[in-house]
Design a protein around this ligand. Structure first.
Ligand code: ASP
Length: 317
């Protein structure tokens, strides 16, 4: 039986150019630590990997620091369109929602799709209607808005394709908000050796309404089977084209790669060769974890049962 544990991410990206106070950095590290600890507590109480990733991603959605749920980025029309996916590795059941604008916690809607729908992916109004019928909380569209994300949209629209050259003066987060690839996710292995993965996102700033990225697509931004659980963050279109999350599982199953080899190959070779950037978190049935990224940083954390959470933002080597 592998070691039970959980890993989370809150997006990958470039280091902010503005100098940050320790306090700003601490806000992120504390949020990550608390969320890892919540996931560990669920696993320690005998909870399933599916429950642990659901709660970790719900908490990440509730935090305005991360681009999912509250604090989601804006589309080019100043609206929000949220996507989420969850997958139970033991049964290989999956549930997902895409392009929703009023469901407070998209990961909970994805979980309801997994449990109570014959379908895997529901989008837009139909997904919201389903969430309402399932008793989930719906909110006004501006519930997700924050001033920081609105300023980010203004900068993106002012600079159009030169988004990466913005002046980072308004920056207040360790990773440059305009060059950060949003999305949150969690992967876990419970004490039965069962795996699960979940991913949730507001998508990309200034995106075209209707655009769906990799996050709600099983196999692209989220995947779990009995061997491995994976949650991705990055340039969604490249993660879709490479089926990045499934590719980790396939390399392990068909080519005999270890978890670390498979994750490194996907992020540093395959994604990078198509000019994609981002990262992923993964855990295998032995409890091995990998958290690779090809950007300068990724908000991330992990913890095994009975051990203190480990959290980090920047590259450590
Ligand atoms: N992968 C997500 C998307 O493309 C967001 C991100 O991680 O940037 O929607």
């Amino acid at each position: 039986m592998g070691k039970a544990g959980i890993a989370i991410h809150g997006g990958a990206g470039a280091i902010a150019r503005a100098s940050l106070s320790m306090e700003q950095e601490q806000r992120y590290l504390q949020a990550l630590t608390g969320i890892v600890a919540s996931g560990q507590a669920i696993l320690a109480a005998g909870g399933s990997a599916l429950d642990a990733v659901t709660e970790a991603v719900r908490l990440l959605e509730e935090s305005p620091l991360f681009n999912a749920g509250k604090g989601s980025v804006f589309t080019c029309r100043g609206t929000h369109e949220l996507d989420a996916c969850i997958m139970d590795g033991h049964t290989q059941d999956a549930g997902a929602v895409a392009g929703v604008a009023h469901i407070r916690n998209p990961v909970l809607a994805a979980r309801k799709v997994l449990e109570n729908s014959p379908h895997v992916l529901l989008s837009g109004d139909g997904a919201e209607q389903f969430a309402r019928e399932q008793g989930l909380e719906l909110v006004a569209a501006d519930f997700f808005s924050t001033d920081e994300r609105w300023q980010q949209l203004q900068r993106a629209q002012a600079t159009q394709q030169t988004l990466l050259d913005h002046d980072g003066a308004a920056q207040s987060a360790p990773l440059d908000a305009d060059r950060k690839l949003g999305t949150v996710g969690a992967v876990a292995c419970d004490s039965n050796g069962h795996l699960a993965a979940a991913t949730s996102t507001g998508g990309m700033t200034n995106k075209q309404p209707g655009r769906v990225g990799d996050s709600p697509l099983p196999g692209a931004g989220c995947f779990s089977n009995r061997r491995v659980a994976v949650s991705c963050t990055g340039t969604g279109e490249v993660f879709i084209r490479t089926l990045a999350a499934y590719d980790v599982a396939a390399l392990m199953e068909y080519s005999g790669y270890t978890l670390r080899q498979a994750c490194a190959h996907v992020i540093h070779d395959k994604i990078a060769s198509l000019d994609g950037s981002g990262g992923l978190i993964a855990i295998d049935a032995d409890g091995n974890m990998a958290l690779p990224f090809n950007t300068e940083g990724m908000y991330r954390g992990y913890g095994y049962l009975g051990e203190s959470p480990v959290v980090a933002i920047y590259r450590t080597r």
